[in-house]
Design a protein around this ligand. Structure first.
Ligand SMILES: Nc1ncnc2c1ncn2[C@@H]1O[C@H](COP(=O)(O)OP(=O)(O)OP(=O)(O)O)[C@@H](O)[C@H]1O
Ligand SMILES: [Mg+2]
Length: 503
């Protein structure tokens, strides 16, 4: 009979060598930024280990033969035979308000050399997705200040909205503009830079500071010169911080710039671990890697504090191909996507959002009712315009209705052109949409629509009647008589002066 069956595991002391095998190991092989270890039999995924009492590493692969560990630091000093000790703790990130206004690395260390002191708090970087009964639907808007987005593909707090497009199509700019527009909106922002040039991250920090947005933002930077492990870790560090604020009932916006680089870092790591590559050489769990990250962006219900995390992951396409592996994955994980196109961008249509291929599945529920009403037919006009514009060359063969659609489409595209960092508040967006819907743009020469729009917006900011309307607009569910009069007067007066000045 086996007498050990009832032994109390806590009181039972393991023989020293068994303890040793469980938590100690040795470096067996060193590769580029990773090591293979033997021993450490109790090690779990994402556990922190210490190599030679000096370097930290993260367990990233539970291979059958060896344990795969990613190194935080780039170093050539680790060699075969060194001792590896488990800390028996899963990686967690220091969090706290002290991180606001800072550029930090994936270990939450400020990059400017300053010390945060002990924030004393940390959050699990690889936390699980919140249970379904803690989650509410998206119902409050997150205003980007970009008219084309706020009108046609609106974003709500707690939404996951993908920004995708080729290189240099304005992806980052949309995220930066959105962060800048959160000033005074009580939204904490986190910008996670993965695999970018360090100088670029510094530029982003500088821009945010210039516009007074750094004070409510944390930048997590795993630049191209940091180790693969740090690049892999960065979005989780950002998400841990987001969850910390979310649990205080706050609204958080987190940008991942970008997940293509994140996938590439993870692929490089797994290839070093000799995991069998799947489609496009990405490991089989790349979908899980991104879904388990993005599904942590939610709106919590009142019983759980009502905080929210809105996620804007950015993904790069090659030659507008949204069917390649990472874009398709992330499209299926998110609540919609903004697809930016090089040809639109190069023709001056900026932001270069392709309306036909962009969608926001839940943001409409959070849109202000007046904006919703005023933008209801815009997608249809633009898609009809898209079809008809091919015929533009044979102008006279088109009937009156089609010509009207073309004019309206052209006007809309002009209205939606927006220079960088010129956010439109709710009132300004309503004014633009009202001006369009009431036909006030029709007799403005198309090449002057943009200029007229700009003047109108400027006027709206100094007009006292309109300012008063702006104040009460959030509470209105539709434009009442008085509001219509204020808008119409402003438009008519501005237009008269504008057209007169053009003559
Ligand atoms: N609406 C806009 N009006 C004018 N310039 C813009 C606009 N949007 C973006 N740009 C400019 O275009 C350039 C490219 O934009 P951005 O860096 O956002 O593109 P990206 O898609 O993120 O590029 P990459 O793929 O290299 O990361 C930047 O100089 C940016 O300021
Ligand atoms: Mg970019």
């Amino acid at each position: 009979m086996n007498k050990q069956i009832n032994f109390d595991a806590d009181k039972f002391e393991l023989p020293v060598d068994l303890e040793y095998i469980k938590n100690y190991g040795r470096v067996e092989r060193v590769a580029d930024g990773i090591i293979f270890c033997s021993g450490l039999e109790a090690a779990r995924l994402h556990e922190v280990v210490i190599i030679n009492q000096q370097y930290n590493g993260l367990v990233l692969d539970l291979g059958e033969e060896f344990l795969g560990v990613g190194l935080f630091e780039d170093t050539n000093d680790i060699c075969e035979g060194m001792e590896v000790v488990s800390t028996k703790t899963i990686f967690s990130s220091p969090v706290g308000d002290e991180l606001l206004g800072k550029v930090i690395n994936s270990l939450s260390t400020p990059m400017d050399g300053s010390s945060l002191g002990e924030t004393g708090k940390s959050y699990p970087a690889f936390n699980v997705v919140p249970p379904i009964m803690t989650i509410d639907g998206v119902s409050r808007p997150l205003i980007t200040g970009l008219s084309i987005i706020d009108a046609i593909t609106p974003i709500g707090r707690g939404q996951r909205q993908l920004i995708l497009g080729n290189r240099q199509t304005g992806k980052t700019q949309i995220a930066i503009d959105t962060i800048i527009n959160q000033r005074g909106q009580d939204v904490r922002c986190i910008y996670v830079a993965i695999g970018q040039k360090l100088s670029y991250v510094a530029d982003v920090a500088h821009t945010l500071k210039t516009y007074g947005a750094l004070e409510y933002t944390t930048i997590v930077s795993a630049a191209a010169n940091s180790s693969l492990t740090m690049q892999y870790l960065a979005p989780y560090t950002g998400m841990a911080l987001a969850e910390f604020w979310r649990d205080q009932g706050k609204d958080v916006l987190i940008v991942f710039d970008n997940l293509s680089k994140h996938a590439d870092a993870y692929r490089a790591i797994t290839l070093l671990f000799r995991r069998p590559p799947g489609r496009e050489a990405y490991p089989g769990d790349i979908f899980y890697i991104h879904s388990s990250l993005l599904e942590r962006a939610v709106q919590l219900n009142e019983a759980n504090g009502g905080g929210s995390i809105t996620a804007l992951p950015i993904v790069e396409t090659l030659s507008d191909d949204i069917t390649s592996y990472v874009p398709t994955n992330v499209i299926s994980i998110t609540d919609g996507q903004l697809f930016l196109r090089s040809d639109l961008f190069n023709s001056g249509q900026k932001p270069a959002v392709d309306i036909g291929l962009s969608v926001s599945r839940v943001g409409g529920d959070a849109q202000h009712p007046i904006v919703r009403k005023l933008s209801k037919n815009l997608t249809l006009i633009l898609s009809q315009f898209d079809e008809l514009k091919e015929f533009l060359a044979f102008d006279n063969s088109l009937d009156e209705e089609s010509l009207k659609t073309i004019t309206n489409g052209q006007i809309l595209l002009e209205i939606f052109k927006q220079p960088i960092v010129t956010p439109n508040a709710l009132a300004q967006l309503v004014l633009l949409l009202f001006t369009f819907q009431e036909g006030f743009f029709i007799d403005v020469p198309i090449e002057q629509v943009h200029a007229f729009k700009t003047v109108l917006l400027e006027k709206s900011l100094i007009d006292t009647d309109f300012s008063a309307l702006s104040q009460r607009l959030p509470e209105l569910s539709e434009l009442d008589e008085a509001a219509i009069v204020v808008c119409t007067q402003l438009i008519v007066q501005t237009k008269e002066a504008f057209l007169w000045a053009q003559d």
